[in-house]
Design a protein around this ligand. Structure first.
Ligand code: DC
Length: 221
């Protein structure tokens, strides 16, 4: 099956862009951040020590995370809203640092892509999980632009938060994602880098769709 990876920092627009691309191409979307968030939520609900690699690994191995269009299911329950809270977002950084959790999720991610053409988005999809992907994209935008987009999402949901605190959170997450000992966030050596600062959503989707279709044509010929 064909795989296109979209990696990059928080707030670069990966999720919405990847979703639209998957619709346009008729491929399945894999939101790997939602998997880390689902494990985080399960750990918080069950009071598992968020610093214990062993306990978190055992927890992750016993969970089932599935996707149904825009819905994320944890052991059959819809957790789509709950995994987007500020608390889960903050705690997810610690869960994503744990080697046992990452090993399980990498396995889930590769299994998912065995049966479908897949657009997958995350931090390590092009570097670690799918080194032989058909096309690798690294999508970025300036921290200020990403903070502005995130703030607009929060305002849309009625959450009261300042631009400064969103920007602070974005910078902190960048540092953590880049400094992670295992699977740090960085572009794969063969990734195409796109900076979406100043571009509209439609412009980004159009450019990336052209890039992916081009890669598909080249692999067919
Ligand atoms: O993309 P996101 O904000 O939904 O990601 C949630 C958390 O999971 C965040 O701490 C980064 C981490 N993550 C990761 O380490 N590797 C991935 N492939 C995807 C997300």
């Amino acid at each position: 099956m064909r795989v296109v990876t979209i990696d990059g920092p928080a707030g670069a627009g990966k999720s919405t862009v990847a979703r639209r691309l998957a619709e346009r191409l008729g491929w399945r979307l894999l939101d790997t951040g939602a998997m880390y968030r689902a494990v985080t939520l399960a750990a918080m609900r069950r009071g598992v020590d968020l610093e214990s690699d062993e306990a978190l690994g055992a927890l992750a191995r016993g969970l089932t995370v599935r996707f149904e269009t825009t819905t994320v299911l944890l052991n059959g329950d819809d957790i789509s809203g709950e995994i987007r809270t500020v608390e889960v977002t903050q705690a997810s950084g610690s869960i994503a640092d744990k080697p046992s959790v990452r090993a399980t999720l990498v396995h889930w991610q590769r299994s998912f892509a065995e049966s479908h053409d897949t657009i997958t988005e995350g931090r390590d999809q092009g570097t670690i999980v799918f080194p032989d992907a058909l096309c690798k994209i690294y999508l970025t935008a300036s921290p200020q632009e990403r903070a502005r987009r995130r703030l607009a999402e929060f305002v849309g949901k009625g959450v009261k938060i300042t631009f400064e605190s969103v920007l602070h959170d974005i910078n902190a997450r960048d540092c953590r994602d880049q400094a992670r000992e295992i699977a740090p966030m960085r572009p794969a050596t063969d990734a195409i880098e796109y900076d979406s600062t100043g571009l509209s959503f439609d412009e980004v989707v159009e450019r990336l769709e052209a890039t992916i279709r081009d890669a598909c044509n080249r692999s067919n010929s």
